[in-house]
Design a protein. Sequence first.
Length: 138
Amino acid sequence: MKIEHIGSTSIIGIKSKPIIDIAVGINSFSVIEEIKDILERNNFKYSKIKLKNTVVDFICEQDGKRTHNIHFVIYDDIRWKEFILFRDYLNRYSDVAKEYERLKIDLSNKYSNDAHKYTQNKAEFIANVLKDAEKEFE
């Protein structure tokens, strides 16, 4: 098992929502059943399985506000690599990080009540960054 801080709060020098994203690399999704009760006893709620079983999410809320997301992924699978590549690339290139920050601010203003559209409209930027990161880091 490997644990990494990901998401905007892991990017140096950009503004972000006060939500901590954590990627947990696991060998099998069977571990979820073993730890689900522990997470739920500690304010984490099962959110969803998405992307063809490559991510299992748990969220934590305090006073009705989301504070943490835990993303369980298969260690060294494509989603794990994308999480780490994206974070590392933005931390290396502050100009790209600032561009991402501006995009997120614009989208959060435009889609303040629609998380799906907000996420959907970041997808192209993220895909382009991942292409550049793959060329550089792998």
